[in-house]
Design a protein around this ligand. Sequence first.
Ligand code: FO1
Length: 338
Amino acid sequence: MQTEDSSSIDGRKPPRVVALSGGVGGAKLALGLDTVIRADDGRLTVAVNTGDDFEHLGLHISPDLDSVVYALAGISDPLRGWGRANESWNFMRALEGLGGEGWFSLGDRDLALHVERSLRLRQGNSLSHVTAHIAARFNVDATIMPVTDDPVRTMVHTDTGILPFQRYFVGEQCKPAVQGISFAGADQARANPALLSALADPALDAVVLCPSNPYLSIDPILAIPGVRDALRRTTAPVIAVSPIVHGESLKGPTAKIMRELGIEVSPAAIVSHYGDLIDAIVVDSQDAAEAFEIDLPVLATNITMHCMADKEALAREVLHFARTFGASHRSTLQECLP
Ligand code: FO1
């Protein structure tokens, strides 16, 4: 069992970290973690939500995987967060000129990735394999993997009916009121064995739940059989970074969805949503006064990542936080597991 003195975070030995992430918001922290961990010769594994994936124009689109890959490759669009920087839109214009579907925008450079991925999948390669190939082509060091190679599709139950995720998110701009969320295929999906083995690694230093939407982006990961159990059994501290700051979302519709589902919009509600899966939470300094409501170790710091320095600073703080309480807290929990 690890002790604080032998911890590998803060440069004593190369840190090993697993991050669970959705798309744009999670990718920001994943980039900070990657930069900090690489500087220490450590190893980052990012397991990414695939509930947003869909077939579009005959192509397999994996938006969250792509947001993470592009971010870690340093080529993501800095304003949109999704897709590539310096993008051109000739394909979309040409498609619309033909009367084709224009509601989901595929940039020319981005399109190349979807074509190549779809081809490789059709040739029988797994999504993990194809993702690893793409990440390598972009010189990404971190291991980026889909949480499963099997199809899982997030379905948003709204006041206007049940919508596939991208129809709700992009097509309807998240306007319909959410009444529930389900993950088609999750029950039958097999968790990525590489994720399970990374979580079972006794040398793992931390598991970070990125500040992605817990309901739309992290829950589809947790819905895959075996993932919750692996999180409960990992010897590393599991730390969530709050997606809520001062009653609003860091990014996207998290706060809106919480309100629609009748959930108080606060970091404390995020803690109760994750329940016994997490050992600690990182909240924004603006929510520091709420820490007393949370029955877990809380770090209050600046979690709004506006620039690269913010991303790295938050990553450093999360990893330091993991070291300061992690090992002893986790070993106590392990003694309680059957
Ligand atoms: N988001 C949008 O709001 N509009 C789009 O047209 C759009 C296209 C798109 C294409 C490729 C891709 O990888 C992502 C794209 N996204 C778009 C983002 C994506 O829908 C969401 O950010 C995620 O699914 C939520 O995490």
